[in-house]
Design a protein around this ligand. Structure first.
Ligand SMILES: *Cc1c(COP(=O)(O)O)cnc(C)c1O
Length: 418
């Protein structure tokens, strides 16, 4: 073990009572490199605290955070109402498992089903687990309908559904699958937005279609208008289930509680996670009454699913993101950002290829790989990340101000300008 990996090599001692910078970013990073699994390409800063759309690293430098924990911290870092709800719950009850009832998750189920128009809620701890529940539900429901041969899911090229074996197989990107074979069977990928390709892929074994309203990780690619509606009709025609992955697009991100609501359809089931807990780990699978009947006692479960503390945070989030005024604000700020980003594109037409998005999920696609520009932005005080190799992703808190969006675009312009 290298000696540089310890925290005791520096002689100066940080003042014990101040929030002054510790100056220890690099020592923490060395320690991480010595002890953590090296499965992430991490930005070389150690973030210590956050407030709204600002975070500070352990050397006291501040950053404008327009990625918000990858679309999770929807109400902003340390949102006072979420903090209060979580603190109250922490003093009351932490966990009992699903052997017993607990109030916060029941309240959350009531609110989520009301907001989505679905009937039943199952709670888990992450997006992948929520999609795993969708996949298991689809298979089980088809067996219960007397069609056991229908076990296949049609998903889309360039999609992202998670990292468990089943969800990484549902994911339509070979780079996430390579090395983990043999993969579970029963997943078929077709080009995103291509209704005819979906139609051709439907066969006697098809159980369901799983789709993101906007491919988030895949590059902030919105589905063509009318696509979800057409998938709904196709599913109805063939007796298939329409499963919508709302993990990144749900919870108000696109200016509706859930993105499928832009098309006025009702899916059979959806997955939710990311913004649900404002940064605490919680996921949910929501489904119709009929489908819910398939997951009878003992068929599926999760020890931590619907944990009271995470559910307390989520109850604040769902109460906010169903407020029409907040949703309008998300939509308007998203449009404001897109308009300003398109002005930037007109100034830098050889660098910026396209600006797109919906609500506060925005992508700026470049003509070249984004990694060096993300690093440059960070050095200039702006945190964003990549969605695919060529697209910069912005997924700020809904509390972000127009001034902060302007500041982010000013920093991006400096980073892009040689
Ligand atoms: C992030 C994401 C997932 C995976 O969620 P985890 O919490 O990382 O397991 C699945 N689907 C979509 C659309 C996502 O954005």
């Amino acid at each position: 073990m290298p000696h540089t990996a310890t925290m005791t090599t520096k002689t100066e001692v940080p003042a014990p009572h101040s929030s002054a910078p510790s100056g220890h970013d690099q020592e923490w990073i060395d320690k991480a490199k010595a002890h953590m699994l090296q499965n992430y390409k991490q930005q070389p800063i150690v973030i210590e605290r956050g407030q709204g759309s600002r975070v500070w690293d352990s050397e006291g430098r501040s950053y404008l955070d327009l990625i918000g924990g990858i679309a999770t911290v929807a109400l902003g870092h340390c949102n006072p109402e979420v903090v209060a709800a979580v603190k109250a719950q922490v003093d009351k009850l932490w966990h009992v498992s699903n052997v017993f009832y607990s109030e916060p998750q029941i309240e959350l189920a009531e609110r989520l089903t009301a907001a989505s128009g679905l009937d039943r809620a199952f709670f888990c701890n992450s997006g992948a687990e929520a999609n795993e529940a969708l996949i298991k539900l689809a298979r089980k429901a088809m067996k219960d309908r007397g069609s056991p041969e229908r076990h296949e899911l049609i998903t889309f090229e360039n999609s992202f559904h998670g990292r468990t074996l089943a969800t990484v197989t549902a994911t339509g990107q070979a780079k996430y699958q390579q090395g983990f074979e043999p993969l579970p069977s029963g997943f078929l990928h077709v080009p995103y937005g291509d209704l005819e390709a979906v139609r051709r892929a439907v066969g006697p074994h098809t159980a369901a279609i799983l789709v993101e309203p906007i491919q988030g990780e895949g590059g902030v690619n919105p589905a063509p208008a009318g696509f979800l509606k057409a998938l709904r009709a196709l599913c109805d025609e063939h007796g298939l289930l329409l499963l919508i992955d709302e993990i990144q697009t749900g919870m108000g991100r696109t200016g509706k509680p859930f993105a499928f609501q832009h098309e006025g359809i009702r899916p059979d089931a959806i997955s939710v996670a990311k913004a649900l807990g404002n940064g605490l780990p919680i996921g949910a699978m929501l489904c119709t009454e009929e489908l819910g009947k398939s997951l009878t006692p003992g068929t599926h479960g999760s020890t931590f699913g619907g944990n009271p503390v995470a559910a307390a945070a989520a109850n604040v989030v769902i109460s906010k993101v169903t407020d029409p005024a907040l949703l309008r604000d998300v939509q308007e700020k998203g449009e404001y950002f897109l308009a300003r980003a398109r002005e930037l594109q007109s100034r830098l037409p050889t660098l910026i290829k396209e600006v797109r998005g919906s609500g506060l999920l925005m992508g700026v696609e470049l003509f070249q790989e984004v990694a060096p520009y993300i690093a440059k932005c960070r050095e200039l005080g702006l945190l964003i990340n990549a969605a695919g190799p060529m697209t910069l992703r912005f997924a700020p808190a809904y509390t972000v101000t127009r001034e902060e969006l302007d500041e982010g675009l000013r920093i991006l312009e400096r980073a892009l300008t040689p």
